[in-house]
Design a protein around this ligand. Sequence first.
Ligand SMILES: Cc1ncc(COP(=O)(O)O)c(C=O)c1O
Length: 287
Amino acid sequence: MSRIAHVNGAYVPQSRASVSIDDRGYQFADGVYEVAPVQAGRIIDLKPHLDRLAQSLRGIQIDMPMPLSAITVICRETLARNRVLDGTVYMQISRGVAARDHGFPKTPIKPALVVTAKSMVWPTDAGADTGIAIITTPDTRWGRCDIKATGLLANVLAKQKARDAGAFEAWFVRPDGSISEGASTNAWIVDRDGRLITRPLGPEILPGITRATVLNLAGAAGLDVVERSFTVEELLDAREAFLTSTTAMVRAVIAVDGRPIANRYPGEITRQLRGLCIAHYGSAGEA
Ligand SMILES: Cc1ncc(COP(=O)(O)O)c(C=O)c1O
C-alpha cells in the first residue's frame, strides 16, 4: 500500500507529494513541525502537541492556517488513509510560497501544511531496554530552541556525529559546561541521592511533551524531582541517566563519550519511568 500524504488540502501518494521550490520551508527552513505518537488508533497527548504547534507558530509569527480542530481532522484522516494504528503523525507548517527574499512577503501568503503518518511498533516491556550510548557535543544551535522549528542543521550534524561514534544520541553542552538537551531528546539524570534532575524550561531546550509526561508521572509516583541544569561532570557521576522523546519514550543512557554511567545497566528509576510511560501511551486519551 503506498503511503498517503496530506499536502495543502489534498491527499496524494507520498511518492508524488511535492511542494514548490519557492516554499519558504524549503528555502529558509521558515516553518515549524510536530510529531505525536499514535497507539491503538488514538493520538496520545494530542492537546499538548497541538498547543506546542500553536506556540511554535506564534514564536515565528506564522498565523495558524486553520483551527486546531481542523488540523486534528486532517491528522485522523491521514492516519486512516495510511491504516496507521500504531506509529506517529507528523505535521509541518511553513510560512508558504513566495519569491525568495529573507523578509516576510509584503502581501500575506497562505501557510503550507503537510501531514504524514508512519507505522511503528511501541515497546510493551520496560525491562527490554538494555540502554544506549551517547556522546556530548558543543551546543551550536540558535537561541530559540524552545520553538520546534524545521531548521535542524545543528541537530542533524550532532546526530550524525553520534552515529559515526556508534552512539544513539548526542547531548549538547553549553559554553557554561551544562547540558541543554539531546539532538532530538530531553536529558535527565538521577543523582547519588536518588533525585531526578532535568533542565528547566527556557530558550535552551524544547519543551518536550514526554518531558512533561515524565515530570507528571514521577511526581505522582512520589519521586523527588528537581528542575535545574546539570553538568557533564554530574552526568558522569550520576547513578542513572536517561533521555525522553515521543518515539524513544524513556531510554536508559549507559555510556557517555565511551565512559560508563553507573554499572552500564539501566537504573531502577529509569526502568520504573519507562514502564509508567509505556502504560501512559497505552491508556492516555486524546485530550
Ligand atoms: C531537540 C529536541 N528536544 C527534545 C525532544 C523531545 O520532545 P518530545 O518529547 O515532545 O518528543 C525533541 C523531539 O523531537 C527534540 O527534537
